[in-house]
Design a protein around this ligand. Structure first.
Ligand SMILES: [Zn+2]
Length: 696
């Protein structure tokens, strides 16, 4: 599994994007199919995607997929990720109740959801209403009907304005990647004044949640003038303005702030005002908004849920008609409960900053039919086969689409594609290929999955994704060496350095890393300082556990955890000498949790890598976990130099909290590791405390 915490800490977002692009879909599929125990890693995965989203990059996952895995995370007890919502966040303005995100639903009824098939965690409005009804009944104030408001859900960036004495005191966007606090954008809106609103509301201060938007009619001009033609949609255009610390006034002319909710004297009022109980002055101040965007109210009778849902469905369809004519990007409809006493009873989840009385219904992605012209099957960075569908170009949301990534082998197989088949292309943030019964099929033979590696000719294996497992395959060498450096803890050597060294013939495999010298590198054109640093970084990592070494070899389908499980029963030296015979296989299968499939993959992988591992081991100090006097684990904080210091003192640094762990060093907050430590009674200390404790 990739370690997303490390990626999240990459400084450059372009680097983050290029790291996330090839692995996100696989990780998503893995988690949705098999679940994950590593909630901390999943959290960082979501944080990485959220960071890309916040910074206006194209997302490596489709919106629906993001929502799905995000919902899974929440179902497993995680807190909402999108928008600076971790429990440790500080409120940086006076209106914390305006902060937060609206939980999404993707279907109206449960039947719609089920008809969609594979979707597990995306929710329906129906299930939310049922939960809501139950909470209301329990509170004893429920009379069987609910007043519902439906509002346009704009697709821009959320900004919270704090207004005092007619002027803007602050404008805060959603979270900053490191602190989780909103970014202060007060400077760019300084020109706005709110005398009129303050007078009309009769207050000296109020808070307002707005959506920063770029109009559809202005997008092309903005993109040409300020985006170099590279912006993908209106939302990324709005992001590019907001992320600019000092946008010019001509740039600001493209930005619109649309008020969505206002907080006056401690009470929030959704806008536009549609509810008769709202104070007159609020209605008067914001009544102009009713002309700006479609909204409607309805009373639904919850005793007849199917009738109620049908009414909501019709309401949404009606709104959609008006929304199509709007000049702003919209991606759904916000559905809110208007009855104030109900709202109070339903309350707000303050940890997640989610109001329990509202949900956002997301429109399904835009789609069109086209014809498949080919499927390219090629080998990627880590030896995995990727499937790219080529289609006759279609235009969706102003973007021409001709190539679509299909993702995994299983999905490719389930689509059963033949050249000339009619297919459906959906486009939300990235294109997605699918088909249904209405798609005409050609009479061509379905495209076969390749069986041999197109680069080296070795036969391909499913581990679990279709991959070339030939360790010497040129397609894999760079990825394998990079994977090794990454897993074993060799820092400062990125994929591009490795690519250069492989292409120059300096290294052909992992063990060659240990033969590199300053002079050798320098002779091949690396700078003197760079050469020294490379060699230093490689040799800095000396003491490793056998599990770490084997888990870093890139043996497909076998994780470090699996190796550790095996190593508890079979010593490292013995394991290295095992061949792929039946006897050895049985010996492995006797170990709890090791199945035949895993065992044979492991033995095959080891036999292919045996010489390589033996060679590498000569340069390392292989230390079993039990050789350490003490084991410590880190969570939410890292200090590589300190770790090395600890190891030099005979203290082992491990990745997981187990019974044998003596101390957990935490950067604050809670994680699955702190929870486990608390359960096991293992002390949790801060990094500073750890420095003191170990005289560092
Ligand atoms: Zn190959």
């Amino acid at each position: 599994m990739p370690k997303f915490e490390k990626l999240f800490n990459l400084k450059n977002s372009y680097d983050l994007l290029s790291e996330m692009r090839p692995i996100s879909y696989d990780y998503y599929t893995e988690v949705m199919n098999h679940g994950t125990m590593d909630m901390d890693n999943l959290r960082y995965f979501l944080l990485c995607l959220d960071r890309l989203y916040q910074e206006g990059f194209e997302s490596p996952l489709r919106d629906n997929e993001y929502d799905e895995i995000h919902e899974y995370y929440i179902d497993q007890g995680g807190s909402v990720i999108r928008g600076d919502l971790s429990s440790t966040d500080k409120a940086v303005h006076a209106y914390p109740d305006l902060k937060g995100t609206i939980r999404k639903v993707h279907f109206i009824t449960e039947a719609d959801r089920k008809a969609n098939g594979k979707v597990k965690s995306q929710k329906s409005l129906e299930s939310w209403l049922i939960t809501t009804m139950k909470t209301l009944s329990d509170s004893g104030i429920y009379d069987g009907t609910i007043d519902i408001g439906m509002y346009t859900k704009f697709d821009g960036l959320s900004v919270i304005l704090e207004i005092e004495d007619g002027t803007l005191k602050s404008a805060i966007t959603r979270g900053d990647k490191n602190t989780g606090e909103g970014q202060n954008k007060t400077g760019i809106f300084q020109f706005m004044d709110f005398d009129k609103e303050c007078n009309s509301l009769g207050v000296s201060k109020f808070g307002m949640k707005c959506e920063a938007l770029v109009a559809k009619s202005k997008f092309d001009a903005y993109n040409k003038r300020f985006g170099g033609g590279k912006l993908i949609d209106e939302r990324t255009a709005a992001t590019s303005i907001m992320n600019n610390d000092s946008p010019s006034s001509s740039q600001m002319e493209y930005l619109t702030l649309m008020p969505l909710m206002v907080e006056v004297n401690g009470v929030e009022y959704p806008l536009p005002v549609m509810d008769g109980n709202v104070p007159q002055e609020i209605e008067d101040t914001f009544n102009w908004l009713s002309d700006e965007f479609p909204a409607c109210t309805m009373r639904i009778n919850m005793n007849k849920l199917d009738v109620a849902l049908d009414k909501i469905k019709k309401g949404i369809q009606l709104l959609e008609h008006s929304i199509e004519k709007l000049d702003y990007p919209v991606d759904g409809i916000v559905i809110r409960i208007l009855n104030e006493d109900y709202r109070r009873a339903l309350g707000r989840n303050t940890v997640d900053c989610v109001n329990n009385w509202e949900r956002a219904y997301k429109f399904p992605p835009v789609q069109a039919k086209t014809v498949l012209t080919d499927v390219e099957q090629s080998i990627g960075f880590l030896g995995k086969v990727s499937f790219i569908a080529k289609v006759k170009p279609v235009k969706l949301k102003n973007k021409t689409i001709k190539s679509i990534s299909i993702g995994s082998l299983d999905r490719f197989k389930s689509l059963d594609l033949a050249i000339g088949d009619e297919v459906i292309v959906q486009y939300d943030i990235i294109p997605y290929l699918t088909r249904d019964a209405s798609c005409k099929r050609s009479n061509n033979h379905p495209i076969d999955v390749i069986v041999n590696c197109p680069v080296c000719g070795f036969s391909l294996h499913k581990v679990p994704e279709l991959s070339c497992i030939n360790p010497d395959c040129p397609s894999r060498v760079i990825g394998r060496i990079y994977n090794y450096c990454d897993k074993i803890g060799i820092e400062d050597i990125g994929p591009s350095t490795i690519e250069r060294m492989v292409n120059d013939g300096l290294i052909r495999n992992i063990s060659d890393l240990y033969k590199l010298t300053d002079k050798g590198l320098h002779d091949y054109g690396f700078g003197p300082v760079e050469s020294k640093n490379i060699v230093k970084s490689i040799h800095r990592v000396r003491e490793v556990t056998p599990g770490t070494l084997l888990g870093s070899m890139g043996i497909a389908g076998i994780s470090k955890k699996t190796f550790e499980k095996v190593l508890k029963k079979i010593p490292f030296d013995t394991l290295l000498t095992m061949d792929t015979g039946t006897k050895e296989l049985e010996k492995l299968c006797d170990i709890d949790g090791i199945k035949t499939k895993t065992a044979s993959k492991l033995l095959l992988g080891l036999s292919l890598m045996r010489d390589e591992i033996t060679e590498i081991a000569k340069h390392l100090d292989i230390k079993d976990a039990k050789d350490y006097a003490m084991l410590v684990c880190f969570t939410k904080v890292r200090d590589r130099d300190f770790e090395k210091y600890l190891q030099s003192m005979g203290v082992g640094v491990v990745d997981d909290v187990t019974k044998r762990t003596s101390i957990l060093i935490s950067g604050g907050g809670t994680s699955s590791k702190t929870e486990k430590a608390n359960k096991l009674g293992i002390p949790v200390i801060t990094l500073d405390e750890a420095y003191k404790r170990f005289n560092y």
